[in-house]
Ligand binder design. Structure first.
Ligand SMILES: NC(=O)c1ccc[n+]([C@@H]2O[C@H](COP(=O)([O-])OP(=O)(O)OC[C@H]3O[C@@H](n4cnc5c(N)ncnc54)[C@H](O)[C@@H]3O)[C@@H](O)[C@H]2O)c1
Length: 475
C-alpha cells in the first residue's frame, strides 16, 4: 500500500470505530471492517450469482453471524434474488433490483460487489461517494477510464475499498512471500510464471459472459488479475511497462459445428465440451430456472462466433524496481496447474502445482475447480504438500514441503474473510490486505497487455491513468 492509500485507509479505519482496541489482533494491517463493542456490520450484497450467494453469502451467514448481518441483496434478476434469500439463509432480508434504492433504504455499513466484471465500477464509485465501505471481487474493473473513476472516488472518499484478492492468503503463496521477505535467494531479478487452465475450468469461461471482451475485459483481467496481483505483491514494486501477445485459436469460431448452448444441442454426442447443466441443481436453480427474466444463458456453446477474447496469452512485464516477468495463461490444457520460478542474485526458488507426470498420479480434471471453490473445512487426511525447490548459485538443491489444500482457494478464503470482517491479521508484516491501488495495479497490467496485443507495441502503465508506478510499493 502506498503512503497515499495507507493514510487514507488508516484514517477511515479509525473512523469506522473498528476494533483498534483489540490491539494485537490488528497489528500489521490497517485494512478490515471489524466493528467494536459487539456491533454487527450491516452488509448489502450486489450480484447474487454463484460467487455472491456462496462465498460472500452463505459462507458469511454460517460463519460470521457474530460479526455481520445481511440487510440487503440486489440483482437485476428477481428470480436469482429469491433463490439467494433461501440459499444464503436470510428469508427476511429485503431484496432490490435497484442499487440506489437499496443504499438509500437499508443504509449499509459495507457493500459487497459480486456482479459481472464490467459493472463493478458503478457500485464501487456510488458506495464510496456515499461514504460507505466496499469490498469488491476481482477484477476491480475492466477499462482504464473506469479504473481512473474508482481511483478518483477512493481518493475523495472517507470510506475505503478492499479488494477480494483471496489468492494472497493461500498457503503456498503466503509461504513464498515469507521466503522472499527472508531474502533466501537474494534480490529477485526475474520471475517465470505459467498458469494452465484445464479443458473443464478453462472452457467454463467460454460458456458465458466471460467470453465477451466488453463484459469481462478478457481473461487478462478476469482471470490473470489474480496472478498479476500475486506478482505485484511478491515483487513489492509497481509495473511500468507491458508487452503481450494473444490469440483465439481454440474456442469460438475455431470449430466446424456450433450451437447456441449445450441444452438441446444436436452435436452433443460428438462434442468433447458438452456440459450437462441439468446434473447440477444449484446451476439449474440459479441460472436455468431464471433465464426467462434476463436471457442469461449459463451453458452457452464454447464455439459461439461472438466469443472475442484470447484463449492463449503471453505477457512480459517490467517493474519499477527492474524485475522482469515472463507470464503465460493457457485455457485448454489437459491439466490444471502452474509453474513458477523466482530468479535471484544468490539463487533460484521454484514450485509447481498439478503436473500429473511430476505427481505420478492422474487426478480427475473435471472435479478440480469445484474443490477449489469448496468452503468446507479440510480434514487432516486431505492435507497434501507442495514442493518448493531452492538452489543457491553453485550450490545443491533443497526440497521444502509446504502444506497444500485445494479447498477454499488453497485455504486462503477464510483467512481473508477473518481479516475483512473480524480485523484478524494472520500474517502480520506481509501486507496481505489489498486496497484500491492494488486493485488498480493488477487490472492495469491486464489492460496494458490487451492494448499491447491490439496495437502491437509495448504499453506503459502511466499511459493509462494518473497513478505513478513506485519502485517500492509500500514506501
Ligand atoms: N475471487 C474468486 O476466487 C472469484 C471466484 C468466482 C467469481 N469471482 C468474481 O465474482 C464476480 C461474480 O462472478 P459469478 O461467477 O458469481 O458471476 P454470475 O454471472 O454468476 O453472477 C453475477 C450476478 O451479477 C448480476 N448482475 C449483473 N449486472 C448487474 C447489475 N448491473 N446490477 C445488479 N446485478 C447485476 C447477475 O444477474 C448475476 O446474478 C465476478 O466479478 C468474478 O470475477 C471471483
Amino acid at each position: 500500500m502506498t503512503s497515499e492509500s495507507r493514510n487514507m485507509t488508516r484514517r477511515n479505519f479509525i473512523g469506522t470505530g473498528s476494533a483498534l482496541g483489540a490491539g494485537a489482533l490488528l497489528a500489521g494491517s490497517p485494512l478490515g471492517f471489524a466493528m467494536s463493542g459487539g456491533q454487527k456490520k450491516r452488509l448489502a450484497l450486489v450480484g447474487t450469482g454463484v460467487r455472491g450467494t456462496s462465498f460472500w453469502g452463505q459462507y458469511i451467514k454460517e460463519n460470521y453471524a457474530d460479526a455481520a448481518e445481511f440487510v440487503g441483496l440486489c440483482d437485476i434478476n428477481p428470480g436469482r434474488l429469491e433463490f439467494a434469500k433461501s440459499y444464503i439463509g436470510v428469508p427476511g432480508c429485503p431484496v432490490f433490483e435497484n442499487f440506489d434504492e437499496m443504499i438509500a433504504v437499508v443504509k449499509p455499513d459495507l457493500v459487497m460487489v459480486t456482479t459481472v466484471d464490467n459493472t463493478h465500477d458503478e457500485f464501487i464509485v456510488k458506495a464510496l461517494k456515499a461514504g460507505i465501505d466496499v469490498v469488491t471481487e476481482k477484477p476491480m474493473t475492466t477499462t482504464a477510464g473506469k479504473c481512473q473513476s474508482i481511483v478518483d472516488a477512493a481518493r475523495a472518499s472517507s470510506a475505503q475499498l478492499i479488494m477480494g484478492f483471496n489468492y494472497r492468503y493461500g498457503m503456498l503463496f503466503t509461504k513464498l512471500k515469507e521466503m522472499l521477505v527472508a531474502n533466501d535467494i537474494g534480490e529477485v531479478t526475474s520471475v517465470d510464471f505459467n498458469w494452465y487452465l484445464n479443458n473443464y475450468h478453462g472452457a467454463s469461461y467460454f460458456r458465458r459472459w466471460h467470453g465477451i471482451r466488453e463484459k469481462g475485459g478478457t481473461l487478462l483481467l478476469h482471470k490473470a488479475a489474480h496472478h498479476f496481483d500475486l506478482l505485484n505483491w511478491w515483487i513489492g514494486s509497481d509495473p511500468v511497462e507491458v508487452h503481450a501477445y494473444g490469440g483465439l485459436e481454440h474456442y469460438g469460431h475455431n470449430n466446424a459445428f456450433r450451437s447456441e448452448r449445450c441444452t438441446g444441442c444436436p452435436h452433443k454426442d460428438k462434442c468433447a465440451y458438452f456440459w450437462d447443466i441439468g446434473k447440477d441443481q444449484k446451476m439449474m436453480d440459479l441460472y436455468v430456472n431464471n433465464e426467462h427474466h434476463d436471457g442469461y444463458i449459463r451453458d452457452g456453446c464454447v464455439w459461439r462466433k461472438e466469443i472475442d477474447i484470447f484463449d492463449k496469452m503471453a505477457v512480459q512485464i517490467k517493474y519499477a524496481n527492474n524485475v522482469q516477468v515472463a507470464y503465460s495463461l493457457t485455457t485448454y490444457s489437459p491439466y490444471e496447474g502452474f509453474r513458477l520460478a523466482f530468479n535471484g542474485r544468490k539463487g533460484r526458488m521454484e514450485t509447481w502445482e498439478g503436473v500429473p507426470s511430476l505427481m505420478d498420479v492422474q487426478e480427475d480434471q473435471s472435479q478440480l475447480h469445484a474443490k477449489e471453490m469448496d468452503q468446507s473445512a479440510h480434514t487432516k487426511a486431505e492435507l497434501q504438500y507442495h514442493e518448493i525447490i531452492t538452489q543457491s548459485n553453485f550450490g545443491e538443491f533443497e526440497r521444502i514441503k509446504s502444506p497444500f489444500i485445494r479447498k477454499a482457494h488453497w485455504g486462503g478464503d477464510p483467512i481473508m474473510m477473518d481479516e475483512i470482517l473480524r480485523g484478524r491479521v494472520a500474517n502480520s508484516g506481509l501486507h496481505q490486505g489489498s486496497d484500491y491501488r492494488d486493485g488498480a495495479m493488477a487490472v492495469l497490467i491486464g489492460i496494458a497487455a490487451r492494448q499491447s496485443i491490439d496495437k502491437g507495441r509495448a504499453v506503459r502503465i502511466d499511459e493509462l491513468t494518473d497513478l505513478t508506478p513506485q519502485e517500492d510499493k509500500w514506501a
